[in-house]
Ligand binder design. Structure first.
Ligand code: NAP
Ligand code: MG
Length: 489
């Protein structure tokens, strides 16, 4: 078994307690590595190391050019180590290699370069008040910040958020998801290679209920960026009251993908499938998990979606020809299977799919212990069912029929979430009208799940708390605004 260590103050260490957790390969269900099972005292060490690194390096005050240079060196290191990092990520969370290696890590390097550019383009403003005043604003680093990461896309979240915090002049303590920590512990080596001052970046591995909870309640941490479930986000908000932490919460979703009868149906079938039957088995916060279909094309659309879904090969994530890999953890696999059962109990029709490992993988195959679910669609007219309302976080969608714009919008908005929405139509006026009425942080028209670091990303309603990642103001999330009034009369 491989072994990965915490990264605190520039050193690699086991947990103070000496405890370990196994990390499991979800393609086979077998442990392949062990990671430290840290506790609150390791979090204390990391916060202290971060504070000390800020003091000794003067990172908050080094030139923007120097911060940007270090980040560009980090981006180069990502490019150099893409192969090893992507293999570890795929081994650990099952996201197919064709995504980790050929999309996610190259994208992370480009995003880090974009953030380096933002570091060199931070601007305050001057404000005309009256003749004897000179008033201006400036953006200032927060100090010690933190990042709590989910298991579905660890490395892209890690690199983009850590780079943004460092670009802003902060230090950071990172708590990865216990089921997908190894790639992040390995990635800490890149900060040494890029000559960052030791202690600016710290990673503490362990359980959410211990390490995550200690981070959320730590009085030495001024900001937390959290990506994960709405339930955990709520808990972190409560813990963060201890010192009124600044929070960026990116939470769950139950996003509608709306197909109007006038859509280009070939494109819509491919786009709806790409939104939920993703290579990482629908474990995407923005997954288009409610497919709203205009009644007049409903039957035809479901039939064509079924044919498309059947063409997706479910299997080994290391194989570059695999269309969809496993669910990332045993616990999530159990959750998805319980929703497959619930959908039947609630009276929804199984339009297609529904099979899992026992029916999908031959006996004797090493994949037989893995967590596989095939693309699945339930059909119902009831948006109130639990399978219509709750985030399943697997390759399982619900199809609902509608008639006309008003009903589409009403169904689309009828959930506590507001992360994303998609709509498919050839009518440009309808596209604008419906987009305006959708309560979601991200809306896609005639595409789905398209993301770019230059475009803000965030959730409305219970999918977030108003902050946004990405885009030209990404560094502001990691900074405090100071207003200065000088009397010059
Ligand atoms: P989760 O249970 O909320 O876990 C996310 C992170 O929080 C993990 O690192 C977890 O640690 C940690 N955590 C758990 N309990 C904690 C506590 N009491 N205090 C502090 N931290 C704690 O979510 P998940 O099930 O891993 O991930 C799936 C969810 O993430 C989905 O709901 C999905 O929609 C959401 N997500 C949202 C976005 C977005 O950008 N909006 C992106 C990706 C995923 P452990 O796992 O180690 O216990
Ligand atoms: Mg794992």
């Amino acid at each position: 078994m491989e072994e990965f260590l915490n990264y605190i103050g520039g050193e690699r260490r086991p947990a103070r307690s000496g405890a370990w957790l196994d990390s499991v390969n979800p393609a086979t269900g077998k442990p392949w590595a062990r990671i430290p099972a840290s506790s609150a005292e390791d979090v204390d060490d990391a916060v202290q190391a971060a504070q000390q690194a800020l003091e000794t390096s003067g990172w908050a005050y080094v030139s923007a050019a120097e911060r940007a240079a270090r980040l560009r060196a980090l981006a180069d290191a990502i490019d150099t180590h893409t192969e090893r990092l992507s293999e570890i990520e795929t081994l650990d969370n099952g996201r197919p290699l064709r995504e980790t290696r050929f999309a996610q890590l190259p994208g992370a390097a480009l995003q880090v370069r974009y953030l380096a550019g933002l570091a060199e383009n931070l601007h305050g403003s001057t404000v005309d008040i009256r003749s004897e005043a000179f008033a201006y604003t400036s953006w200032e680093p927060i100090g010690v910040t933190a990042l709590i990461i989910p298991w579905n896309g660890p490395l892209p979240v890690f690199f983009s958020k850590v780079a943004a915090s460092l670009a802003a002049g902060n230090a950071i303590v990172v708590k990865p998801a216990q089921q997908a920590t190894a790639s992040i512990l390995e990635a800490t080596r890149l900060f040494d290679e890029a000559s960052f001052p030791p202690g600016l970046v710290n990673v503490v591995s362990g359980r959410g209920s211990e390490v995550g909870d200690a981070v959320a309640g730590h009085p030495g941490i001024g900001k937390i960026s959290f990506t994960g479930s709405t339930e955990t986000g709520r808990h972190i908000m409560q813990r963060a009251t201890v010192n009124i932490k600044n929070l960026l919460l990116e939470l769950g979703g139950k996003s509608p993908n709306i197909v109007f009868a006038d859509a280009d149906l070939d494109a819509a079938v491919a786009g709806v499938a790409a939104g939920i039957f993703t290579p990482n088995a629908g474990q995407a916060c923005v997954a288009g998990s409610r497919v709203l279909i205009e009644s007049s094309v409903y039957d035809e659309f479901v039939e064509r979606l079924a044919a498309h879904a059947q063409s997706i090969t479910v299997g080994d994530p290391m194989d570059l020809s695999t269309g969809m890999g496993p669910i990332a953890t045993q616990a999530q696999y159990d959750t998805v299977r319980s929703y497959l059962q619930l959908g039947r109990e609630e009276g929804a029709d199984l339009a297609f799919g529904g099979r899992t490992t026992a029916d999908l993988v031959k006996e004797g195959s090493p994949l037989r212990g893995g967590y596989y679910v095939e693309p699945t669609l339930f059909a119902t007219r009831d948006n109130g069912l639990r399978i219509s309302q709750e985030e399943i976080f697997g390759p399982v969608a619900v199809a609902l029929p509608f008639d006309g714009d008003d009903q589409a919008v009403e169904l689309a908005n009828d959930t506590p979430y507001g992360l994303a929405a998609g709509l498919w139509t050839e009518d440009v006026r309808r596209a604008h009208r419906v987009t305006r009425r959708l309560r979601a942080g991200n809306v896609w028209v005639n595409t789905y799940k398209a993301m770019h670091w230059a475009l803000p990303f965030g959730g409305h309603k219970q999918s977030g708390n108003g902050g946004t990642a990405n885009g030209p103001t990404a560094l502001h999330e990691w900074m405090d605004l100071k207003a200065v009034w000088m009397n010059i009369g």
